[in-house]
Design a protein around this ligand. Structure first.
Ligand SMILES: Nc1ncnc2c1ncn2[C@@H]1O[C@H](COP(=O)(O)OP(=O)(O)O)[C@@H](O)[C@H]1O
Ligand SMILES: [Mg+2]
Length: 296
């Protein structure tokens, strides 16, 4: 349960849930669920937010994801690790259909969020991307004021709300742990902020449209250690209300902030487990070599 859910009433056309046949049957839900590497046992004690089944992705002739099965727990941090080019960013982008915009992409398999097939025909992709927000490695604030950056999404989605835009901006900046640093200069350009502040602003911008899932692709890898620490603290506090999936190259970071870790190699999910298990007692030698830095 979200304890601080903003009281947004979505406009009719901005709903991500398809109108017809949205819920899959019990059989469909559970068929073939456990192919691929074993899923962490403790997942089953919580509520699953995302179910990926037999997912393959091709860029033209190149297969970048190979039959991935993965269940992701809500209100947790799941880290994706693996060497460059193993498909982490590609996988992340399949969760909000960001790959749709790349020409020549073909996707097989299924991704379900709250039991809704996000590749189903009635899905409103714009609404999906509101529910599944994304933060990139390189912070990308718009050349607008701090206020307008955060207000951008709510204005775009014409979110009808019982709270004002000003209140949405304030609460989003607070959730992103940036409010105290910017509250007296909301109308200054976002480009004047430091790199770490810009990244937290991008997180605030993502939060402002009231998402449920946050995808983060190496969100701290361009930042200094102090800014990185702030982002890590922030991620830790956000998981209370959001499902977070983060790509990181930094093993210590994955170990510090995530509950579950998935190790990818050459487009396959090699091993998936609690972060503790992956880092202290992995089942596969390949995983151990990678997390201990013996790989490549
Ligand atoms: N837009 C694209 N067009 C073609 N190939 C791509 C594209 N993006 C990624 N790839 C290829 O897909 C594979 C996985 O890439 P990526 O998901 O970016 O890996 P990672 O994030 O783990 O470094 C790589 O072989 C990469 O070259
Ligand atoms: Mg990447």
């Amino acid at each position: 349960m979200r304890n601080e859910k903003c009281e947004f009433t979505e406009a009719e056309e901005d709903t991500f849930e398809p109108k017809e046949n949205p819920i899959l049957s019990h059989e469909e839900l559970n068929s073939d669920e456990n192919a691929g590497p074993s899923q962490p046992e403790s997942l089953e004690k919580g509520r699953i937010k995302i179910r990926v089944r037999n997912l393959s992705l091709f860029y033209g002739p190149t297969q970048a994801l190979k039959q991935v099965y993965m269940k992701i727990l809500r209100q947790s941090v799941t880290a994706l690790i693996g060497p460059s080019g193993c498909g982490k960013s590609t996988f992340l982008r399949t969760l909000n259909r960001m790959n749709d915009t790349i020409p020549g992409v073909r996707i097989e398999g299924r991704v379900r969020i709250d039991n809704i097939d996000i590749y189903g025909p009635q899905i409103n992709v714009v609404a999906l991307r509101r529910v599944v927000g994304m933060v990139f490695q390189k912070s990308n604030p718009f050349p607008k004021s701090i206020f307008d950056n955060v207000a951008y999404g709510p204005r775009l989605h014409r979110i009808k709300s019982r709270i004002t835009l000003k209140e949405i901006v304030e609460s989003s900046l607070k959730k992103a742990a940036l409010w105290d640093e910017v509250k007296d200069r909301l109308h200054q350009s976002a480009m004047e902020l430091s790199g770490g502040q810009q990244q937290r602003l991008c997180i605030a911008r993502a939060l402002a449209v009231n998402p449920e899932i946050l995808l983060m692709d190496e969100p701290a890898s361009a930042l200094d250690p102090i800014s990185t620490g702030k982002i890590e603290e922030l991620i830790h506090s956000l998981k209370e209300n959001y499902t977070i999936i983060i790509v990181t190259h930094n093993m210590q970071q994955a170990a510090r902030i995530s509950d579950y870790t998935a190790y990818f190699y050459l487009g396959s999910l090699v091993e998936y487990g609690t972060t503790k298990k992956i880092f202290t007692n992995p089942e596969r030698k390949e995983t151990e070599d990678y997390v201990t830095g013996r790989f490549g």
